[in-house]
Structures are given as structure tokens and as C-alpha cells.
Design a protein around this ligand. Sequence first.
Ligand code: BDP
Length: 719
Amino acid sequence: MRALNYGTLLILALSLCAGEGNAQSGYGLWLGVKPASGERSASYKKQLSALLFPVTNEMDSIAKQELLSALNGLIGHTPKQVDAIQEEGTILIGTPSTLPHLAREAVAAHLPLMGTEGYGIYSITVLEKPATVILANTTNGILYGTYAFIGLLQRNEDISSLAITSQPKVELRLLNHWDNLDRTVERGYAGFSLWDWHRLPGYRDPRYTDYARANASIGINGTVLNNVNANALMLTTAYLEKAAALADVFRPYGIRVYLSARFSAPVELGGLENADPLNPAVQRWWADKVAEIYGHIPDFGGFLVKANSEGQPGPQNYGRSHADGANLLADVLKPHGGVVMWRAFVYEDTEPEDRAKQAYNEFKPLGGTFRDNVIIQVKNGPIDFQPREPFHPLFGAMPRSQLMTEFQITQEYLGFATHLVYLGTLFSETLQADTYADGPGSTVARIVDGSLNGQAITAIAGVANTGTAINWTGHPFAQANWYAYGRLAWDPDLDAAGIAEEWLRLTFGNDASFINALLPIMMRSRETTVNYMTPLGLHHLMGWDHHFGPGPWIRDKPRADWTSVYYHNASKDGIGFDRTATGSNALSQYSSEVRALFENPQTCPDEYLLWFHHLPWDFRMKSDETLWEALCRHYYNGVEEVAAMQTVWEAQRGKVNDTIFREVTDLLAMQHKEAKLWRDACVLYFQQFSDMPIPEGLEPPEHPLEYYEQLKFHFVPGI
Ligand code: BDP
């Protein structure tokens, strides 16, 4: 008996510890609430003393629960629920149909600016009593408005004179999961896939709800469940039932499910002879399959397709074009309201003279030939999610077709889930890049939000960085990248620093000294990584296949454009890829203003110098250093900046919980080690060609080049 009691106590104690651990782990993302400061708490209590929130459906009910539980955590108090305004300090939440009298208030004038997903949050006076209103045309807007309001409270904002009207600028705001049916995640560094296919549809892991909640809180409204390197099995009835179970969980959070479709599925699943898009039997097969999908998932969003790229099947296998392939699927989805996101990340079968030119070469001639429910999904840059790339030349080049941007949130080329790299700056850099397609101000953001070309369907995609890791993303700061992507999908013109600050406050609280210390680090972190990996426009220097660590020496692979030497072209006479008229002339794919910016090495911004130019080692930089000296300086600065990050983080001891403090401390130490590995390997490798000394005062690499070249990394995640 005594033993049993002891055992029970032990279990209880352990589970309490586990609970504590869970709260400390970062599982709660940016949604955790901490008590508001004394003064704020008192004013919030007064301003939010009563709640008038008619609930008409599950989504409303979620929003209401969120608000009540947030208030409980913030001010230890939940407002009295009322049916009519009785006192000052009432918060009213609803649509013109659930709160008809609001339609008579002046704030109703803002409703046309809210569209179907937007919201307004206003401080008003009703019946001569000060009140707060969250107003929207739809329940989706109410959900987003409620999350936004909770965010204000979490950030300790003054809510006495609110006048916020917000509407997403992009209609389809999607995550792309590169999740396989065996639960591995291609380029995933945060554990296995969240989707427990084996136990679906029978068991719905509560984590699916937490996933939906996190996404809804930042406005993400769609998710592609499976890898773009798609398995046709995803389209079988058994898997559609599983996908439907996920869709059921996500629906009340405003999230629609999409699937990656394998183009050859009619052959693999339907037993047809081919998957030729002009074959009537193939067309029938897809029409039936799509009808079946809508039987399972009535609000199914549509297909994402990777075709004729990296070995994936596609219309070109039958001599047809990308437009033929995309339109086949578009036609069968159209009656159900679905869309096709057709990826422009393509590879010719033959080796190209410059891989950066391929997507443009293949897609530009097809401009205007896609159906109106096709959106061409274009990676942010012309190669492949490198630490820095110029914007993709297709942006601005296909005004008669609908385009969307694909970003990579998972850090395939930016240190996996080990390096602290805030990607809000990378995303913004692309979004704010000016294509000059229609004169100055023709930013990528304006193509994504449809305002430049009057594009009817607007969309954006981010390759997810989530997995079964307890904190979702592996690195605690990688949560910021999920957050930033969602915020920029809502409004591509938001400021990356503003988003980072929001995230820091929501995640860690409002301690000004902590925010002031961490914000500059986050804002600098991507540039730091570029410095120690691929400075001055270098790209594609990573390890072979697994993409971990440096591999500038990679050569002699099945295709030249899978090697590093193809991209950096280092030799005794210099380094860099000549993409001007004397080289591949990839620059000709950009407008004349962009060409003018990049084509002269004397004026080309340093960030893109070796992307566009092949230059001698003694080329004089704007800084008056030689190219070689500048290259070394960037590599060494990168490592020093990581060391500076470590110092700043160390000073935060006691300001964040121990679990996260220790995790970030250890990860920064790993980042420092890996940054040095990158620096030393690259500097030594390039030095054989420059024949110049590492500038004085910089510590020499620890080992000779051969040491770095022979390093092997086994079972690197994400392959
Ligand atoms: C590359 C990844 C590869 C993806 C491919 C894609 O290494 O795993 O399949 O992108 O986007 O960056 O299709």
C-alpha cells in the first residue's frame, strides 16, 4: 500500500514536472499569455468588464474561448457576458448580422474595407458608454480580429483609442508541407511529420488543433499536406479519408486543405497507358478523381504540382507544355472552385548554359495561356532558396498570367534548425524588390497582392518548418520565421523589424531590455549567415545532396548545375558567375532598370556582385579593398557576429525560462562552430586560386583544406 502511494505520488510529481517542462518548451508558440503589468491590468479590467459576443457557429465559439482564456491569463479575470450594453467597458464582437445595431454606428462605414476575411477594432461610444468593438463581415474576420486584439493585449498596448482596419492583401496564404507519407519530411529539421497518417482518420491528434490555431492566429488559411515530390498514393481513397479528417479539424480555423498531385497518377493509380494531358481518358480520370476528393473534402482548395523537375513526371513527357498540364487540372477543378498552383521550379533534361535562366525560358513564352484558376508558383529567386538571391526574373515578366511567390521557411540552406536566422528580412527583401515591370514601384509584393496586373486570384506559399519537435520548429527562434511568413502573407508590405518585435513580445514578454537586445540580433542574423556562408553574391556552395555545411569543392556530379564549381567558377583568374552580356546574359531577363543596377561591376551592389559578375581577385571594391580581402572580411565578420550574438544572449540569463535559455545557448555555440567551419573551408578553398594571404590580424584556419574536404556527415536530417 505504502509502495503504491509512493508510486502514485511519483507519477503525479513526474507529470507535474512534464507539464512544467511543456510550458517551458516553447510548445505554446507566440500564443502564451503572461500576466499584464499592474497598471495595464487595472485598465484592461475596466475597459473589458463585459462581453457581448453572440456565437452562431464553431468558429465564433473558438474566437470567444480564445478571448476568455487570454483575458484570464492576462488579467486573471473574464468579463461578464451580457446580451446588451449595460455598462461602460463592454467589448462587442460580431458581424452586421449578429450585432445588427452596430450597423448603425459610424464604424460600420469601414465594413467595405474588410472584405471577407478582414476586421476592424475600434474604440467607440455606444449609448454614451465607452466600448471596444471587433467588427467584421464574416466569422473568419471575427476570428482574425480576435487574435489581433489578443495580440494587442499580450503586447501591453493601450486599447483606449483603437482604430484599426485590416484586410489581407493576399487571398490564399498557404503553408506547403514537404511531408512524406512515411512521416519523414523532405528538408525538415524539426522531427517527423505532424500528420500521423497511420492513425488517421481514426485518431485526430490534438496537436492538429494546435497547429490550426497557430496558423489562424497569423492569418494562414490553407495548407498543402504532402510533399511536392508527390506520392500518387495520396490520391487514393484511403488517404483522402485521412486528409478529410485533417480538413475537418482545420475548417473551424478557416484553413483549407490542398494536396500535391503527382502528374502520373492516372497511370499509377488508374492503370491508364499514359498521363498525356490531351488524352480524353486521362482527362476523365482526373475529373472523376477530383469529384471524389470533393466528396471527401467539400471545401478542398486544389492542387500543387511539381512537374518536369528533378525527375518528377509532367506534361513534357508527352511533348506537351506546362500550360497543357496545368490547364488539364484547372478545368476539372474549376466547377468545384479549386485552383492549381503550378510550380515554375523546373529543370530542363539537358544541362542548361545557366540554370538561373530556365524557369523564365520555359514559362515566359506561355504567358497568357493558363486558365484563370491557375497560379504559377515561383520561388523567390531564380536558383533555389539560397541565403541570398536576386528576385526571380519571372516576376514582372508574365503580366497576363497569375503568379505567386514561394518562400522556404524551413532553413534548408540557412543552417537547418541549428542556426538563429530570422527570415523576415529575407522575405521582405524579395517582396520589396522593384521589378520595374510597369515603371518604378512595381515591387514583387504588388505582383503577389495582385495590384500590379489586376490579378484575380492572389496567393503566396511558404515551405513549412514545422515537425514533431516539442517546440514545433526545432530552434526556438525558427518559430519567428513561421510567424513572419504568416504576417507577410497577410500584408507583404509589413516591416520585418516590426514583425520581429511583435514576435519577441508575444513569445517572451514585454521586457524592454530583452527586446532591445534581441531585436538587432534578429534583424542582422540573416546577413550574418550570408557572410559566413555565401557572401558577395556567391551561391550554391553547400555540401552535396544533404546540403549541410560547406562544399565549394563539389564537382563531377551527374549534372554540372548540381555542383558548386559551376556556380562560383573560381580559378586563378577570378571568381563569380558572369550573367552579363559577356556571359550567360541572365541579366537580359530583367527589365532595363534592373539591368542597369546590376550590369556594371563598379556599381552593382556588393550583395549581388559575384552572382552577376566574374571578377579578378584584385578587383577594387567600393571599400577600396581587393575582392579577395573583402571576401575574407565577410567570412570573418560572419563568425564574429555569431560570437557577438552569443555574448548578447548570455546577458539575457534569467530573462527567459531555463529550458529555452539553455537551448538557445547551446544552439548558438553550435552555430558558431559551424560558421567557423564554413569560413575556414571556403577561405582555404578559394585561397588556392587567389594565391593571396589571409589579411593580417585574422586568425588562420585551424586545419588544412584537405581536412575540411574529407569531413563526412552521416544521416543528416531532411533528405
Ligand atoms: C530543393 C530541395 C529539394 C526540393 C526542391 C523543390 O533540395 O528537396 O524537392 O527544392 O523545391 O531546394 O522542388
